[in-house]
Design a protein around this ligand. Structure first.
Ligand SMILES: NC(=O)c1ccc[n+]([C@@H]2O[C@H](COP(=O)([O-])OP(=O)(O)OC[C@H]3O[C@@H](n4cnc5c(N)ncnc54)[C@H](O)[C@@H]3O)[C@@H](O)[C@H]2O)c1
Ligand SMILES: O=C(O)C(=O)C[C@@H](O)[C@H](O)[C@H](O)COP(=O)(O)O
Ligand SMILES: [Zn+2]
Length: 365
């Protein structure tokens, strides 16, 4: 078992990473079961594969499940309302924890609901996708998507505890494992070239469910994210913005595909990171060799590495228009995460959306 702490003074919390932790949920969740019941928010797929096991592990505690449809379209106003109404109907009390059992969709939506129901209830994250275990369950970004763009309505609201059971990934479809892998390799590309090299060697084993590779990837990612969040919780210093590598491009691709299962978040981020490296090379910031290495690695891992390979045919100016809603925008300018090389990502405020649009029209990836 490993424990990683997110250090945020009074709002610090632990992340426990342990194979088969779900079977031991009574011990791990003891601080939140004292009231005799737990409200568990999940989706239809996760309910089918893991809710029974969690309920059995918590024998003696009444489980009140709220089961939502699976998929990105659940991060919506309509489902936020449905979830808040369900929590109120269950007479949730602020001293109880709401458990988010699922991937990033359930985690982001439940975290946001927890931040507003009765002005704030505790939330415990039990992530069940690779993406949510390495990224979304940690750090307290919660949100829904709206017509104007991705995650534009939300709150910074930290969980009270995160319980990661890598064994839950045994039931995850391989396309979802691949999508989560994009956020794993992101940590190497940001500031850890040794981890990128590890990904080059061990990515295939990770995708095929090798337990040692899986645990190493989860622990490395969670430690990296916890450290960044501890330094810059609300993305004000520029440090946390590094976690957004590939996301300004990626969110535009997601908007273009209507936040549907046509393009998963991790797939969009993969394409966005490769675009960011090629754009950096085109600006003379990083070598074309590094940009090609990133593109080739993502392709080898079965991920899209361009708008075209993500099946998005929109023009550069249409994609740039989506990017103008980016939350990092300041004084009318959207800063971009660019790179001087693998492991050397930085925030560049000198890019214009016209330049990005022209680059995208010429980018073949
Ligand atoms: N808050 C953050 O910091 C942060 C970070 C990264 C991504 N995100 C958000 O996370 C979301 C994507 O999360 P995701 O990739 O986990 O997608 P997801 O939550 O939609 O889960 C992917 C699919 O896998 C299914 N599933 C989940 N766990 C399973 C399991 N163990 N076995 C079988 N099926 C399972 C789900 O039902 C769903 O169909 C996006 O909305 C993205 O914006 C948030
Ligand atoms: O935790 C962060 O900070 C991240 O940027 C992690 C991203 O992987 C994640 O997709 C996040 O939700 C994107 O944030 P946003 O502020 O661009 O919506
Ligand atoms: Zn992401």
């Amino acid at each position: 078992m490993s424990i990683v702490t997110v250090g945020l003074a009074a709002r610090s919390y632990d992340i426990v990473i342990e194979n088969n932790a779900l079977a031991d949920a009574a011990r791990h969740l003891a601080p939140w079961t004292g009231k005799g019941r737990l409200v568990v928010v999940t989706d239809t797929n996760v309910a089918a594969s893991h809710l029974t096991a969690l309920t059995a592990a918590l024998a003696g505690t009444r489980i009140d499940p709220i089961i939502l449809p699976a998929g990105e379209s659940t991060k919506s106003w309509a489902h936020l309302e449905q979830l808040c109404d369900a929590l109120l109907a269950l007479e949730i009390e602020r001293s109880e924890a709401i458990v988010a059992l699922g991937g990033g969709v359930i985690g982001d939506l439940t975290g946001f609901a927890a931040s507003i129901v009765k002005r704030g209830c505790s939330v415990v994250q039990i992530p069940t996708t690779l993406l949510s275990q390495v990224d979304s369950s940690v750090g307290g970004k919660t949100a829904i998507n709206t017509r104007a763009g991705k995650n534009l309505i939300g709150a910074f609201y930290q969980p009270s505890f995160v319980l990661i059971d890598p064994a839950t990934l045994d039931t995850l479809p391989v396309r979802e494992v691949r999508a989560g892998y994009a956020e794993v390799v992101k940590y190497g590309l940001i500031d850890n070239p040794e981890f990128f090299a590890w990904c080059e060697g061990n990515g295939p084993a990770l995708l095929s469910g090798d337990p040692a590779a899986r645990t190493h990837a989860i622990e490395t990612s969670v430690r990296a994210k916890a450290a960044i969040v501890g330094e810059d919780e609300r993305e004000t210093s520029g440090r946390r913005a590094l976690l957004n590598l590939g996301h300004t491009f990626g969110h535009a691709l997601e908007a273009e595909t209507g936040y549907s299962d046509r393009l998963l978040h991790g797939e969009a981020v993969a394409a966005g990171m490769a675009i960011a490296f090629r754009f950096s090379a085109a600006r003379g910031l990083c070598s074309t060799e590094d940009a090609s290495l990133v593109t080739a690695h993502l392709h080898r891992m079965g991920l899209p590495a361009s708008a075209r390979s993500a099946d998005v045919t929109a023009s550069g100016s249409v994609l740039a228009a989506h990017m103008s809603h980016d939350k990092k925008r300041e004084g009318g300018t959207v800063p971009f995460l660019l790179a001087r090389g693998i492991g050397q990502t930085f925030l560049d405020k000198s890019v214009s959306l016209d330049e990005v649009a022209a680059f995208l029209d010429s980018d073949v990836g």
